[in-house]
Design a protein around this ligand. Sequence first.
Ligand code: ZN
Ligand code: ZN
Length: 247
Amino acid sequence: MKLTALGTSGGFAGKNDGCSSYLLTAGAKNYLIDLGPGSLSELQNHIGYRELDAVFISHLHADHVSDIYTFRFALFAAQKEGSMPPSLPLYMPGQPEETFTFIRSNIEEQFNITVLTPDSRLELDGMVVQFLCTQHSLPAHAMRFEHRGKVFVYTADTSLFDGLVSFCANADLLLAEATLQDKDRDLESMGHMTAATAGKLARRANAERLLLTHFWPEYDRSISLSEAREFFPGQIDLAERGLVFHI
Ligand SMILES: [Zn+2]
Ligand SMILES: [Zn+2]
């Protein structure tokens, strides 16, 4: 598998960096994970959107989903001219219901929507995808992708809890949100992690490699890196728009 970071800011887009979005390539298939602001623009530096096979949305906060409102226009045109299948598979949570209903009403003609449940398990072209409800301010799903013996886990937005540790077990690459730094660890109760907590998660889960993301845009990321290093002895990288990680 191969992961390309398309946007790594949490909350709002930072300078030259959009919000959460990742391109996961597994074999010949391309999957888009989250669609924060700026993601569709960065995607086209790597592949054309017509090459996407499915889209996964972790939760319905705007920093993870907002580009879907404009992506639908690209799909509308491509599907009308016959250069894409009539609907693109989309996996997303159905809560909060009012938000889901609004999004669905905008996009349902372009996407084939599957609502995720806590025990959702998918098999897509030799890849197994599992989901875990996280601890966040609204329903969110961590995602575990297994393909040809390799494991990639994305925490989505969450605080640390025991179930997350087992869900991330033995990941070859653990993409963990690290919105916060030590100075604001009190805010973890809002459903986010400090970089140090992401490091603890990686160590407890016995991850091979940790990739930090979802940074508060105005924070110095080198501080996040050093705070995570105190707790995880393995390789740690900072996600950055455009960077590619092989799994
Ligand atoms: Zn977020
Ligand atoms: Zn969120």
